[in-house]
Design a protein around this ligand. Structure first.
Ligand SMILES: [Zn+2]
Length: 117
């Protein structure tokens, strides 16, 4: 269950931004979330609805965008995107090396946009 701490963190950032920008109501929040983060959109919205009660972000809609998984080959340094199901099974499209990759993108999350009144 990763959604709860991430949702708490996002809410606190949103509230801080809202306070700084004299926002009275946050309408929607666009999030970029890495494909590997194991986040269920529905659960995230559910937690958000619960946690945001009584804050400026109460009732805000989460719009979740997935960021693709990007690996870098440690042999030839080429970067490439892969599907989640291919983790651990992929070979480098450039030099065909396998199993020696660094994860460049796929686990992170951040707030991309915030729509407010
Ligand atoms: Zn390679």
């Amino acid at each position: 269950m990763h959604e709860l701490p991430i949702t708490e963190n996002i809410l606190s950032i949103v509230c801080r931004h809202a306070a700084a920008g004299n926002v009275t109501q946050v309408v929607s929040i666009t999030l970029d979330i890495g494909e590997l983060s194991d986040i269920e959109d529905e659960w995230m919205q559910h937690y958000f609805d619960y946690l945001s009660k009584g804050t400026v972000a109460e009732g805000a809609k989460l719009k979740i965008h997935r960021i693709p998984i990007v690996l870098q080959c440690n042999t030839c340094e080429k970067t490439f995107e892969i599907e989640k199901s291919m983790i651990g099974k992929s070979t480098c499209p450039n030099c065909k090396a396998s199993g020696d990759f660094s994860l460049l993108s796929g686990r992170q999350y951040h707030i991309k946009e915030m729509e407010a009144r």
